[in-house]
Design a protein. Structure first.
Length: 340
């Protein structure tokens, strides 16, 4: 992909990360601890910032299928994912644990054994608490990687795509009629492969196909099924915002709009590049800085601004010093192990 296309993806990541971070620092913090005099209503555009997670899922569907097409086998795909995620994740878990343990954060502390299990990124599958609550999305991401990897490398392309469509259709039917039922096996399947979120990834895949100019019918089916889920199980402003994500993807990846897309600028591209460490680090650490600022009787807007700057600087450092450098190191080491 050329730089403009990469810029669009980073721009979308930057937008998603920005809304999630501000939502947690303003609205979620207010729910948990209460702001000292902050006019929360002034941040109304960020009230639904938690939906940035769904935008991340759509981006992942687009990016992961693009990655699958470039990898020769499941081992190279797994190595790519591990080297992409684990360096930033491991250091973020350790940093968050140390800061929360030192400064304290009511209801958010965990013991060292829990932290060590978190380093595997598998704790969500065995019901062990997260070092930071935002890590729940990693369980969904990992589940999608395994599912799409198995389908992609074990089935022919058309069969794989139709299997994905069938899974989403079954998941949609389950949500309509059986989500609250006693069908234990169906529930196991439903939750084990995170079908509740699968349609967001599928929409990203559909837009990737449209962007590449092939599989048009399959693309439209994937996008249509995702829209059916959203329209059926969302309402009000949440529905409007989720639908707007499809508009953003259409502007960015259908036709030649990506070259002039408004998110394809230096600010959002930069935010997109640091979006993963920013997502991993922002919540608990941000809460601690906000609480400390209020203890010092600082102006609430200044407290929020300082907290955002701290997260921005910390995320940039982790991106440059860990995510990039150790990501390459991990990839090289794992690639040598694969060939040995």
């Amino acid at each position: 992909m050329d730089n403009s296309r990469i810029g669009v993806l980073d721009g979308l990541r930057g937008l998603a990360a920005f809304f999630v971070v501000v939502y947690h620092m303003v609205y979620r913090y207010n729910e948990l601890y209460g702001h000292n005099g902050l006019n929360v209503a002034a941040f109304r555009p960020f009230e639904y910032g938690y939906l940035g997670v769904q935008l991340f899922f759509m981006i992942s569907g687009f990016v992961i299928f693009m990655s699958l097409e470039k990898k020769t086998d499941w081992r190279s795909f797994a190595i790519g994912r591990i080297s992409r995620l684990f360096p930033a994740y491991i250091i973020s878990v350790i940093i968050t644990y140390l800061i929360v343990s030192y400064a304290g954060l009511p209801g958010r502390e965990v013991d060292i054994a829990t932290m060590l299990v978190n380093l595997t990124m598998l704790n969500g599958f065995v019901n062990i608490p997260y070092v930071d609550g935002v890590y729940w999305t990693l369980k969904v991401e990992l589940t999608f990687y395994v599912l799409i990897g198995v389908l992609f490398y074990s089935l022919k392309r058309n069969i794989m795509l139709h299997s994905l469509i069938l899974l989403i259709a079954l998941g949609t039917a389950f949500r309509f009629g059986f989500e609250d039922s006693e069908l234990y096996l169906a529930k196991v399947v439903y939750y084990s492969i995170s079908i509740k979120y699968l349609h967001y990834f599928a929409a990203g895949i559909g837009f990737y196909f449209l962007f590449k100019g092939y599989k048009t019918r399959v693309s439209l089916v994937l996008i249509a099924l995702s829209l059916l889920n959203i329209i059926s199980f969302s309402e009000g402003n949440e529905l409007i915002l989720l639908l707007s994500f499809f508009g953003l993807f259409s502007l960015a990846f259908v036709g030649k709009g990506q070259r002039t897309f408004f998110l394809n600028n230096k600010l959002f591209i930069f935010l997109g590049k640091i979006s993963f460490p920013a997502y991993l680090l922002h919540q608990n650490i941000g809460y601690i800085f906000i609480r400390k600022g209020y203890d010092l009787n600082w102006d609430p807007l200044l407290v929020i601004l300082i907290s955002l700057v701290v997260i921005l600087l910390l995320s940039t450092a982790v991106h440059n010093l860990v995510e990039i450098r150790f990501g390459r190191y991990f990839k090289n080491k794992l690639s040598r192990f694969e060939k040995s």
